[in-house]
Every structure is written in structure tokens, then in C-alpha cells.
Design a protein around this ligand. Structure first.
Ligand SMILES: C[S@@+](CC[C@H](N)C(=O)[O-])C[C@H]1O[C@@H](n2cnc3c(N)ncnc32)[C@H](O)[C@@H]1O
Length: 228
């Protein structure tokens, strides 16, 4: 998969993309991630990418032009690769990001993420450039950079070859409309807090049965909305 991110704060991505699973996925060529400075596509002599909103109102809005210029540049660059591309605008008004959407996005060969800042972006980007607007929750953040990192993390770990063990993401929370069952590790008895006997029994059938029951119990308790 190839991911292109358009942002006015490219350095924000260094730490997150340079560690752990994403770092390894890049090294293994499971994913190629390009963080692109949107200011390079500004035609303003001072590389300005924002302006006052028409009709008045507080703050500044990001101009549409640098986004269109940058996406057209990316499209031209990737044309010969004939990639299956999804262009996503990050914004609180968008469709809520969840595990099902992460899975859907992981099936694209190319994802372009557009990060807004200030009061947001000229509406023509949402209307005529992005395929979809994505929100990471019902709250307003300062910019689209953290949401972009959340989406990259959620999607990249689902790509074949990204995780050390392919099975790691199979029984996870939300993969079957259930939360994951509890897990324990050594010691079996920590200051009187004991691990359930069944997990020490060695009986794999019983352990599987217990895990399924616990997943349902926890989902009923914490997220009954998931049980259809
Ligand atoms: C301060 S916000 C703009 C909020 C906008 N004025 C509104 O009320 O809908 C600036 C940028 O942060 C990003 N952003 C903020 N909250 C977000 C969220 N919950 N999900 C995704 N992106 C978000 C978007 O890219 C947005 O353009």
C-alpha cells in the first residue's frame, strides 16, 4: 500500500511513523508512506495556504488550491501504477472511523489523506476533491495530523505482513462485533490475584469456550450496542 499525507506540519509525523509496527512495515515494504508539505504547492510568494473566510467569521480557512495542486501532482505521479486510490479528507463532520472502515481502507492500494488546520478547509475540497470525509470522533482537534496518524496506524496493522503474527488481529475487539476476552500472563498468582484456572488447564477446547463466553459477557457489559 502507498499512503500520501498532505499537511502543513510534516515533522509531526516523524515520531509516530518512525517507531514500532509502522516503522517495521515500512522497512519490510508492506507500506510506503509519503508525508508531503502542502506549502510546496502554494502559489503565494510567502507559501501562504490560508485566508479569511468569505462572509466573515473567526479565524482563517485553508485555501482549496494547494490541495487540488498537490493531489493532481500525486495523481500524475502514480498514474502509471494504476493504483486503486481513495482520497480522504480528515474532518469532524465526516464518517466515523471504526474497525470496519479500517478494514475497507486496508484493501485499497493507495490512500491520500488531506489534513486541515485553523478553522478548516475551503468546502470545495470536500465537494470536488475528496472521495469521503473521515472523523475520528465527536470532538474538535486543532488539525488533521493526529487523525491521519490514527488512521494510518489502524490501517497499516491490518496489512498482510505488518504484524509479527498474522493471527494477532483476527480475534481482536470489533473484529466480530465483540470485544476481546481478557488475557493474563505470568505469574499465575500475583499477590493473591489469580489467573482463572481454566487458562492453566491445558484443555484447549475448554479455553476456547471460556474465551468466547468472556468476550460475549464483556461486550454485553461494556458495549451492548455491538451485539446485534
Ligand atoms: C479546528 S478543526 C476545524 C473544525 C471546524 N471549524 C468545525 O467546526 O467543524 C481543524 C482541522 O482539524 C481536523 N480535525 C479536527 N477534529 C477532527 C476530527 N474529530 N476528526 C478528523 N479531523 C479532525 C480537520 O482536518 C479540520 O479541518
Amino acid at each position: 500500500m502507498r499512503i500520501d499525507v498532505l499537511t502543513i506540519f510534516p515533522k509531526m509525523f516523524d515520531a509516530v511513523l518512525g517507531e514500532s509496527i509502522i516503522k517495521r512495515a515500512k522497512e519490510k515494504k508492506v507500506v510506503e508512506i509519503n508525508i508531503i508539505d502542502l506549502r510546496l504547492f502554494s502559489k503565494d510568494k510567502h507559501r501562504k495556504v490560508d485566508d479569511k473566510p468569505f462572509g466573515g467569521g473567526p479565524g482563517m480557512l485553508m485555501n482549496a488550491e494547494p490541495f487540488f495542486e498537490a493531489v493532481n501532482y500525486i495523481r500524475k505521479k502514480t498514474k502509471d501504477l494504476r493504483l486503486k486510490t481513495r482520497t480522504l479528507l480528515l474532518g469532524p463532520k465526516g464518517r466515523r472511523f471504526d474497525q470496519a472502515l479500517a478494514l475497507k481502507l486496508s484493501r485499497y492500494e493507495h490512500v491520500v489523506l488531506l489534513c486541515g488546520h485553523y478553522e478548516g478547509i475551503d468546502e470545495r475540497v470536500a465537494k470536488h476533491l475528496a472521495d469521503e470525509e473521515i472523523s475520528i470522533g465527536d470532538f474538535v482537534l486543532t488539525g488533521g495530523e493526529l487523525p491521519a496518524m490514527v488512521i494510518i496506524d489502524g490501517v497499516v496493522r491490518l496489512l498482510p505482513g505488518a504484524l509479527g503474527d498474522e493471527n494477532s488481529c483476527k480475534d481482536e475487539s470489533f473484529s466480530e462485533d465483540l470485544l476481546e476476552c481478557p488475557h493474563y500472563t505470568r505469574p499465575a498468582d500475583y499477590n493473591g490475584m489469580k489467573v482463572p484456572d481454566v487458562l492453566l488447564s491445558g484443555d484447549h477446547e475448554k479455553i476456547e469456550e471460556w474465551r468466547k463466553k468472556e468476550a460475549v459477557r464483556i461486550t454485553k457489559k461494556k458495549r451492548p450496542d455491538l451485539l446485534k
